[in-house]
Design a protein around this ligand. Structure first.
Ligand code: HEC
Length: 304
């Protein structure tokens, strides 16, 4: 009886371990990345370019799709990318995994452009005859881009800063994705970075967590700086005031009388002794000048 129970415990814990291990292996894709779609039509030209890139950058590990010649010595094994387990994922999920990488799978964020990564997805999709490309994502076109607008909202209760970036084109306005946004609070000496650098989602949004204990001015206002960086238009910086700090009464440096920087703040005894010293010096100076003149005049008049 006891032995059976013990066996059961062992069996259950082994099953649990497997479940946990299985879970850890699953590659989670953030919801907004998963929904992402390609802005380019997966046509023959895209597929061909993707094939070239795949042969150069991916085949060494994954083998050519559908051939099962992926290398088996890596852990986890790089899957044959024509497999159902890969093909059933969304374009956004595959694009995301190519972009960020994991473990032995390198990140291609810097070595392939976005367009090249979509070309690879186009190539991979050509091994799935059931695939139908979802509606194309609309893309901000650098040739039509007129201006970019930064629209922040401040949630003073949840202590969050949400920034929306919009791109104004010739005929329409689109949210700007893939823009790097960073947030700072202005301080006397340099700017204090808040949270980490974020990248706008497909709907042009980023969210920053704001600390709850940062001192503001007497009503809690802080000066925020939003910096935006995007490959199409470069850098942009905007300043805002928001009630996100803890109200703090704090005389500015120039108001402190530490150095008696303003006459009316100096103590009376200091002013009086100052005037006395200066007055005495002047008194003696004038006396000396007068005596010199007297000596000179005496010298000029030999009769005396
Ligand atoms: C150095 C070896 C290596 C190279 C090069 C490589 N991969 Fe991978 N790839 C892997 C490994 C290993 C995994 C499994 C990673 C994991 O699950 O942790 C993987 C996983 C993937 C996945 C996710 C599969 C799944 O089951 O969800 C995709 C998609 C993928 N690779 C695409 C590519 C593409 C496209 C390229 C070329 C641009 C590429 N890989 C280059 C090793 C590589």
């Amino acid at each position: 009886m006891r032995i059976i129970e013990r066996k059961r415990v062992i069996l259950f814990s082994t099953l649990l371990l497997f479940a946990i291990a299985g879970r850890a292996e699953e590659w989670q894709v953030p919801a907004d990345k998963e929904k992402r779609t390609s802005p380019y039509l997966f046509d023959e030209q895209m597929r061909k370019k993707g094939e070239d890139i795949f042969k150069r950058s991916c085949a060494s590990c994954h083998g050519m799709p559908g051939q099962g010649n992926n290398i088996r010595s890596l852990v986890p094994i790089p899957p044959d990318l024509a497999e159902k387990k890969v093909q059933q994922q969304s374009d956004g999920a595959i694009f995301y995994k190519i972009t960020v990488g994991r473990g032995a799978m390198p990140s291609f964020k810097n070595s392939l452009t976005e367009q090249e990564r979509w070309q690879v997805v186009a190539f991979l999709r050509s091994f799935n005859k059931d695939y139908v490309q979802p509606p194309l994502a609309r893309l901000v076109d650098s040739a039509k881009l007129r201006s970019v607008k930064v629209i922040p909202t401040f949630d003073t209760v949840q202590h969050k800063v949400v920034v929306l970036i919009k791109a104004f084109q010739k005929t329409d306005t689109l949210p700007l994705s893939e823009a790097e946004v960073s947030l700072f609070v202005q301080r006397y000496f340099g700017n204090l970075p808040i949270d980490s650098v974020r990248t706008t989602s497909q709907n042009g949004l980023v969210t920053f967590n704001f600390p709850t204990n940062l001192p503001g001015d007497s009503v809690g206002n802080v000066q925020l700086i939003v910096k935006v960086n995007h490959e199409m238009f470069g850098e942009l910086e905007k300043t805002y005031t928001a009630k996100l700090g803890v109200p703090t009464i704090k005389p500015p440096l120039t108001e402190k009388n530490a150095m008696w920087n303003v006459g009316k703040k100096a103590p009376r005894w200091l002013i009086i002794s100052y005037l006395l010293v200066v007055g005495t010096i002047w008194f003696f100076l004038i006396r000396i000048i007068l005596s010199i003149r007297k000596i000179k005049q005496t010298g000029k008049n030999p009769k005396l």
